[in-house]
Design a protein around this ligand. Structure first.
Ligand code: 2P0
Length: 329
């Protein structure tokens, strides 16, 4: 029996990942840059055992159906192959999120699975190797190997596509991210399907790709110079451009709801009133607001006039992946 346990925190991209060059290996079309957060994380235990005849996957103490288990098994196959191991495993994953409002993240989940499975089989991976492995489960997971800011360098192959830490001198500790959890009745389009449809059909996709390198440069310079306004401006611009591509896809779609737009408009109003804050959005209607820690209470109070307290969740920069235990028996 070989077991490992890991905890990984979710991350939110400031410069977005949107589109794959290689679906199978999850090589992205563009570099992305994220902030790892403390408020949402996943703890996963993987136990490889001679006694099992198939993989089993428990999420939040519930045994999962064959489809969800197959995704985990496919990922474990990569780890088994690396370790030359043919044992099946029990995987127990627990998502720690403040509400059940659809905030469970594939980034923290797949990073924790990669960390736990590789620790169990004694793979002793470097951060870059662990990032490469996590990437095979879910693109954004490759950034959750690191605390603070991380850049996923797209590379050109399985070997060269992984995330690295972005030096920041602790700038991330001056930042907060306020999640505005928006309930949405619309049917979801997964990020995987959404980005593929956009790459294949959006008239705006080339425009998206053209400006990513300069946006990334601006973000890295803003981090190095501790320039909050510059980082916020490029963060908001990257999100708007990403979401713009979906409007020109065929068939067109959007992740925005009326409440998302309300939140975005409030951010603009608060900014006009003199408090710097900026929004970003991912493959769903929730809005995330980047604000300096010193101003977080003011922004939260302004949003609380329109959203219920349980819809507002405050997060700060989070740590890198942690291997909590490992055991051979
Ligand atoms: C990001 N998103 O950079 C972007 C912005 C959503 C919008 O990464 O297909 O779950 O597993 O690689 O990583 C969410 O997509 O997609 C995501 P796969 P993933 O955070």
């Amino acid at each position: 029996m070989f077991s490992g346990k890991a905890r990984a925190y979710t991350n939110i991209a400031l410069i977005k990942y949107w589109g794959k060059e290689n679906q199978e290996l999850i090589i992205p079309m563009n570099n992305s840059l994220s902030l790892t957060l403390d408020a949402f994380y996943t703890e996963t235990t993987v136990i490889f055992s001679e006694e099992l005849t198939e993989d089993r996957f428990y999420l939040d103490n519930q045994l999962q159906d064959p489809k969800a288990t197959l995704n985990v098994s496919r990922f474990l196959d990569l780890v088994r192959q690396k370790a030359d191991c043919s044992l099946y495993a029990t995987v127990k994953s627990q998502n720690f999120v403040p509400t059940a409002a659809g905030l469970a993240s594939s980034a923290s989940g797949l990073a924790a699975l990669a960390g736990a499975a590789s620790a169990a089989l004694n793979l002793a991976l470097s951060p870059a190797e662990l990032s490469r492995l996590a990437r095979r489960g879910s693109g954004s997971a490759c950034r959750s190997i690191y605390g603070g800011f991380a850049e996923w360098q797209k590379g050109t192959s399985d070997e060269t596509s992984y995330a690295v830490e972005v030096p920041s001198n602790g700038f991330e500790d001056e930042l907060s991210m306020l999640f505005v959890v928006v309930n949405d009745a619309q049917k979801d389009i997964s990020s995987r399907d959404g980005m593929q449809r956009t790459v294949e059909t959006s008239a705006f996709y080339d425009g998206w790709l053209q400006t990513v390198p300069q946006d990334l440069q601006k973000a890295k310079q803003a981090i190095a110079e501790r320039n909050f306004a510059a980082l916020g401006e490029v963060t908001e611009a990257s999100a708007l451009k990403m979401h713009g591509t979906t409007l020109a896809a065929n068939p067109p779609f959007t992740y925005w709801s009326a409440e998302s737009m309300l939140a975005m408009n409030l951010v603009r109003q608060i900014r006009t009133a003199g408090i710097p804050c900026y929004f970003t959005m991912d493959a769903g209607p929730n809005v995330k607001i980047l604000v300096e820690r010193k101003n977080e209470a003011m922004v939260q109070a302004a949003l609380a006039e329109h959203f219920a307290p349980q819809q507002l969740i405050l997060a700060h920069a989070g740590p890198k992946i942690e291997i909590l235990s490992k055991e051979d028996a």
